[in-house]
Design a binder for this molecule. Structure first.
Ligand code: PMV
Length: 310
């Protein structure tokens, strides 16, 4: 039995515009999905995903990888284990797709080359949800913090291991696909206005990546605030997220914004170390839950190889 894990992610900047090819910044988080793989005796594929609401991402990734590796005559058994709650919006779907592609490669005695893993897992995600920039697949594959552009044409690591983030969960599960569709509808109705917002978000991401390289967290925070204003203009923020963001800023954060599609899920604040406790208190008072999560985590990796099924 082979086990591979891949991390979830947080979007630091560029959400929604990324769907249209604009640049984004994403960081891998310490919560991981694990996938164990073994050949089955009966030649039939089987997916055992006790914590998952649906197994479609695992199945799509298995199908893509078997076709790529010409394993169609072999049956494969997969079992998934999640370290994080799917409702929080850390990208369990893309993490599980990446871990599946990696595990099936190792099972077949093939090296999972990151570029191939990214391509297969991204296609699998698109097979299921039809839309998505692929930034979450890149984070799960490569790990660390990435500048991501053009739906994967440019994927560059950024030196952000010391990024001082506090993450708060709003208590509401966001529906990413519905929010992406909602923004698409706005873009159709108001093409110039929405395209101008996307360009402005792209410009913020460009400035933010230089500030991250310089370790200028105060400036990164200010840029996060600008990014949040545009997300609000797109209509994807919520009252709770706004209260958490305002609370964090009032308590001394350099900046704060939502992370991901909006409509719920998480926000993040960039904080000077002496303001960390005050910012955490403010997020809690505003109705959020501070999550103990590390960022800039390792990408897809092999966890174990054993002869016996676990
Ligand atoms: O909701 P999340 O965390 O999966 O993030 C979605 C980010 C979007 O830009 C809205 C969609 C995408 O695929 O980039």
């Amino acid at each position: 039995m082979i086990t591979v894990s891949a991390p979830g992610k947080l979007m630091i900047a560029g959400e929604h515009a990324a769907v249209y090819g604009y640049p984004a910044i994403v960081t891998a988080v310490s919560e991981r999905m694990r996938v164990s793989a073994a050949f089955s005796e009966d030649g039939i594929d089987a997916v055992d995903a006790p914590q998952a609401a649906n197994t479609s991402f695992v199945e799509a990734a298995l199908k893509r990888t078997k076709a790529h590796l010409k394993l169609n005559k072999r049956g494969i058994r997969l079992r998934t284990a999640s370290q994080f709650s799917q409702t929080i919006g850390f990208g369990s779907s893309s993490a599980v797709a990446v871990a599946t592609v990696g595990a099936v490669h190792l099972l077949a005695g093939r090296t999972p080359v990151p570029e191939t893993v990214f391509t297969l897992a991204y296609r699998a995600v698109l097979d299921v949800q039809k839309t998505g920039s692929g930034f979450d697949v890149a984070a799960a594959t490569y790990g660390g913090t990435l500048l991501y552009e053009g739906k994967g044409k440019r994927i560059e690591p950024l030196p952000a291991d010391a990024i001082p983030l506090v993450v708060g969960y709003s208590g509401v599960k966001a529906d990413t696909v519905a929010l992406v569709r909602e923004v698409a509808r706005k873009r159709e109705a108001h093409p110039d206005t929405v395209e101008r917002i996307f360009r402005a978000i792209g410009d913020i991401v460009g400035k933010m990546q230089s500030s991250i390289r310089e370790g200028d967290w105060e400036r990164v925070g200010v840029l996060m605030n600008f990014n949040q204003e545009y997300l609000r203009d797109l209509g994807v923020s919520t009252e709770t997220l706004e209260a958490m963001i305002a609370g964090a800023k009032n308590a001394g954060a350099y900046g704060a914004k939502l992370s991901g599609a909006g409509g719920g899920d998480c926000m993040m604040a960039l904080v000077p170390s002496d303001k960390r406790d005050a910012v955490c208190d403010a997020i809690t008072k505003a109705g959020g839950r501070v999550l103990d999560v590390a960022v800039h985590s390792e990408g897809m990796r092999s966890e174990s190889v054993s002869q016996e099924p676990e």
